[in-house]
Design a protein around this ligand. Structure first.
Ligand code: NDP
Length: 328
């Protein structure tokens, strides 16, 4: 029998956590033959709700679930972690300045990065979901100097999936036949969903759509502002789709991308496409043998260049801000 994989989830008692844990325990994160142990991290006020969720996990009698531990101490929750999903974060509240938001999240992601550094397993893979995800990932990474930097990633897979779905609806082709879509930059309103290299049923997506105005005025803003549209409609922020994207991200990271396709993930820049080295930015990526690789050599047209640059500029500003705060 296989040794269980330790999966740590922070903010486990939140909305996304609730949509995520059952899918991890059922085998959808790592595979139907991989036993898992869940380690839930919550703040003290969240512990009781996390216990309730753990009771429900017990009641599902998932054959792959080999235990659920709950703690409010990152040193305990990340002990032996092979996969860490950092979901809990300090949301932006009304009137909050970006500096305050980054500082509050520094207080969360810095100690978590240190705990990962000191206690996680050697093969640790970290996905940051909690916003501002790219910069929170940078903070955690900086606090974990002994962990290879490329183990820290940020989630743009939800944006990717949203873009797939919008393009499928526009072109009338099933999502499964759309390939090589890319989200560039920050997981924020400046993100750039790029269809110029995408394929719709084997044809170039930009040519199939053949409507730059639709791209600029409908597609891009619909994808970038989808989170707000869901809050407006549901009265609560997206949770199941965010959890689904987290599952997709880790599943791809561990199990690889299909030949002839790629996905999007926030990964450490190696300077590709003019994105300054070290920033955690979304790129087109393939995955193989448990490692993401940035797809190289794509032509970036003028339409794309402006938009990638704008999002990357925002990431640089966030990095400067957390540097100024001594968080990295
Ligand atoms: P959610 O579970 O709904 O969201 C958690 C985080 O995910 C937020 O930062 C949210 O950012 C982010 N997120 C990223 N992408 C999306 C998306 N597409 N849609 C929605 N959210 C997205 O928040 P809850 O308030 O329900 O739960 C948070 C939990 O985290 C609470 O139980 C709290 O106690 C806990 N927490 C735990 C910490 C810890 O473990 N140390 C630290 C801080 C909080 P945004 O709000 O910008 O959408």
């Amino acid at each position: 029998t296989r040794t269980p994989v330790n999966v740590t989830v922070t903010g486990a008692a939140g909305q996304i956590g609730y949509a995520l844990l059952f899918r991890i325990a059922s085998g959808q994160l790592l595979g139907a033959d991989v036993p898992v142990k869940l380690r839930l991290l919550e703040i003290p006020q969240g512990l009781k709700a996390a216990e309730g969720t753990a009771m429900e996990l017990d009641d599902c009698a998932f054959p792959l679930l080999r235990g659920v531990d709950i703690s409010d101490d990152p040193n305990v929750a990340f002990d032996g972690a092979n996969v860490a999903l950092l979901v809990g974060a300090r949301p932006r509240t009304k009137g909050m300045e970006r500096g305050d938001l980054l500082e509050a999240n520094g207080g969360i992601f810095k100690p978590q990065g240190k705990a990962i550094n000191d206690h996680a397993a050697d093969d640790i893979k970290v996905l940051v979901v909690g916003n501002p995800a790219n910069t929170n990932a940078l903070i955690a990474q900086a606090a974990a100097p002994d962990v290879p930097g490329d183990r820290f990633t940020a989630m743009t897979r939800l944006d990717h999936n949203r873009a797939l779905s919008q393009l499928a609806q526009k072109t009338g082709v099933p999502v499964g036949e759309i390939k090589k879509l890319t989200i560039w930059g920050n997981h924020s309103a400046t993100q750039y969903p790029d269809v110029f290299h995408a394929e719709v049923a084997g044809k170039n997506a930009a040519e199939v759509v053949n409507d730059e105005q639709w791209l600029a005025d409908t597609f891009i803003p619909t994808v970038a502002k989808r989170g707000a549209a869901i809050i407006e409609a549901r009265g609560a922020s997206s949770a199941a789709s965010a959890a689904n994207a987290a599952i997709d991200h880790v599943h791809t990271w561990v199990n690889g991308t299909d030949a002839g396709d790629w996905t999007s993930a926030g990964v450490v820049s190696d300077g590709s496409y003019g994105v300054p080295e070290g920033l955690i930015s979304s790129f087109p990526v393939t995955a193989k043998d448990g490692q993401f690789e940035i797809v190289q050599g794509l032509d970036v047209n003028e339409f794309s260049r402006t938009r990638i640059d704008a999002s990357v500029k925002e990431l640089e500003e966030e990095r400067e801000a957390v540097r100024g705060l001594g968080l990295i």
